[in-house]
Design a protein around this ligand. Sequence first.
Ligand code: MG
Length: 281
Amino acid sequence: MTPARGFDALILDMDGVLLDTRRSFTLATLLSARACAQRPGLGEEWSAAEVERLRLAGGFNNDWDAAAALCLLGPRSRPGPAWNALCEKLSQGGGGPGAVRALAGDGCWERARLEVEPVFQRLYGGPRAFELYGLEPSEKRGLHEEEAPMVTPAELLEAGLPYGIFTGRTREEAKLGLDRLGLALPPERLVCDSEPRFRKPRPDGLLALAEALGARRPLHVGDTVDDLRSARAAREAGLAVRFAGVAPEGGEAERRLRAEGAEAVRPSLRAVLTWMKEEEP
Ligand SMILES: [Mg+2]
């Protein structure tokens, strides 16, 4: 069946779209930031909501960057309105590590970034920390074991379009995600963080996947402003790609994605696939 909206391929983000990673990457971001934060530290009042608010500032598609930002700036703020205002300030400063450096200084950023990364990786990788990151494992369980598929291989097949995956994961992490999903993808249909040019919000990953898929009008599905901005940059580079967002209904993420031009925002990839088959009004 041909989808009504004229898309000829799907380019999917992995985390938050194909896999629920709230109990893996989001938790690893919070816990590693907490473990490395200097006094007064990040107490129990800090939660996944603050990590998600930080991601909305843009430029934090890399969770190690997000963890360093939270570790560094969290103790200077408080969860809730103060943190939201700080995230807004980061957003206005262009988001990502650059905005954190401008607030906290280059030296502090470098220190925090170096410190959180191995803590994060050991929490996420658990007993597989060595094969994933070359680190001696310290945990009995890895948070990656908590990841849950948000869609089945059969549902992707039923969408009736060729698809590729564009993720900020390393190649090893992406392989872990594909195993969890029960998907096998030819290597040219997977773009991960193997080179700086493939980091969102750069368009290169989308352009490479469109070419591999023979697509001229793909739909990119993502859950962050960085995914959306990749699609916008690819459109500026001449690819007629459109963007649909995945975000809970009525929340700040939905508002943000719509404000930046998402064509549709739905609470799940499943709901996006349904939207895709509806006739355009
Ligand atoms: Mg994502």
